[in-house]
Design a protein around this ligand. Structure first.
Ligand SMILES: Cc1cc2nc3c(=O)[nH]c(=O)nc-3n(C[C@H](O)[C@H](O)[C@H](O)COP(=O)(O)OP(=O)(O)OC[C@H]3O[C@@H](n4cnc5c(N)ncnc54)[C@H](O)[C@@H]3O)c2cc1C
Length: 400
């Protein structure tokens, strides 16, 4: 294994990488630009430990999610962190969605989702979720919820205990290859490493370009906004209620999730963010927005998905439209039950210069630098498995 290893990014993937390396005895330093870990995707997500229902069989998403779910469960058990298997229903609300539900069921079975059940009996549906409406569903009883920021913090403690360093307030601004090693320039001074692995989420394409990687795929930031259910109405949802997702889109649709601390959130939607870290409409970066509009993939993407874009943006700006989407699944839901805006996360979704949204996890290798290029959902679930995959395929002695 290489001697000095630098990791860029203090989200769950970067910290999982650092933990695997540090506990194996490597000299590891994590460089994170924020004042704390988990300030971006890892700290702003649905908290779901996915069981692997949706992903194309044989893909990295499918295989690493299945492995990662068990690893996250065991990690939570070992550290005494909350892990609740509240189960998920993917619901076809009418007959037009039954065909797409069958495809989810097929993929789930091929992916080995444990104890998956097909439900065609409305009475059985109501036993699982008493307030749900639908004609059929698949039920994944082992889909769970966790607190990913707490998990990342615990992994970070393991890194430090094994002798690794985590440097906060340290933004990487450039990288230079110097006789087989990497000089990493940061806002807090330079570091020289034998190998660097970047898990920089929303900035992963910018980091890749520092070492001359192909500009494609680029990151298209997609915000996901949540509402919280009023506390006295959370009994409308026991576990998780998901729609049948649109197969043309890599997002899962607005859903209900009972979180690990018993709050119930509704969301996330998927609207283009106007800045890489654009958690609100008002947070705009002319540079980021222009870079997206000028990307060759912008028009092909807009042409293909404009209807969905208009629908999602309208739901973001007009609460009753958002509410109506959710109410299809839980007819007793009232507009006033969506009490507080529950925050937002921004997904780091990679898109190609042809306008396609990358479906699978993707990794680039440029000399001694490995860059995770696409690690959206379910990368939190899969984080430990992604770390092991990257180390095995990109950092093993034969790949050095
Ligand atoms: C709304 C939403 C819902 C989601 N729901 C789920 C879910 O339920 N289950 C699931 O498994 N996944 C979910 N995901 C996906 C999951 O959150 C991400 O896949 C995962 O957190 C990715 O982790 P990461 O470490 O790659 O990225 P991040 O958590 O974004 O971390 C990247 C880090 O890199 C740092 N960084 C970037 N550039 C630099 C630089 N130049 N120098 C130094 N540091 C830098 C950033 O500050 C950041 O801390 C969701 C994501 C979103 C946005």
């Amino acid at each position: 294994m290489a001697n000095r290893i630098g990791i860029i990014g203090g989200g769950i993937v970067g910290i999982a990488l650092a933990r695997e390396l540090a506990t194996a005895g490597a000299d590891v330093t994590v460089l994170e630009k924020e004042a704390r870990l988990s300030q971006h995707q890892t700290g702003h997500n649905s908290g779901v430990v996915h069981a692997g229902l949706y992903y194309a069989p044989g893909s990295l998403k499918a295989t690493l999610c299945a492995k990662g779910r068990v690893q996250i469960r065991d990690f939570c058990e070992e550290k005494g962190l909350p892990y609740r298997e509240i189960g998920k229903l993917v619901v076809a609300v009418d007959d037009t969605e039954v065909g797409a539900l069958a495809e989810i069921e097929r993929r789930s079975r091929e992916n080995g989702v444990p104890d998956l059940a097909r439900i065609d009996d409305v009475a059985r549906l109501r036993e699982i979720e008493p307030h749900v409406a639908g004609v059929a569903a698949v039920h994944s009883p082992h889909t769970a919820v966790v607190d990913y920021a707490a998990i990342t913090e615990a992994m970070g403690q393991d890194v430090r205990a094994a002798g690794g360093s985590i440097l906060l307030h340290t933004k990487v601004t450039d990288m230079r290859l110097e006789s087989g090693r990497v000089r990493v320039v940061t806002t807090a001074g330079d570091h020289v490493f034998d190998r660097v692995i970047a898990a920089a989420g929303l900035h992963s394409d910018l980091v890749a370009r520092m070492v001359g990687a192909d500009p494609s795929p680029k990151i298209l930031p997609f915000r996901g906004e949540y509402w919280e259910l009023r506390h006295d109405r959370t009994d409308l949802v026991k576990g998780m209620i998901y729609p049948v997702p649109d197969p043309r889109f890599p997002f899962l649709g607005v859903h209900f999730t009972r979180g690990v601390y018993d709050n119930v959130h509704v969301g996330p939607n998927a609207v283009p963010a106007l800045a890489r870290e654009g958690y609100k409409w008002l947070k705009m970066s002319p540079k980021d927005t222009w870079a997206s509009l000028a990307w060759p993939g912008a028009w092909p993407l807009a042409k293909q998905h404009w209807r969905m874009g208009v629908d999602e943006i309208s739901g973001s700006l007009i609460k009753p439209l958002y509410y109506r989407k959710a109410q299809r699944f839980v007819p007793e839901l009232r507009l006033g039950d969506l009490d507080v805006k529950g925050g937002a996360g921004v997904r780091a979704q990679a898109w190609g210069s042809d306008g396609s949204l990358l479906d699978d996890f993707a990794v680039d290798q440029v000399g001694p630098v490995t860059v995770l290029r696409n690690a959206p959902s379910p990368a939190a679930t899969s984080s430990i498995a992604i770390a092991q995959h990257v180390l095995e395929h990109y950092l093993a002695p034969s790949s050095s």
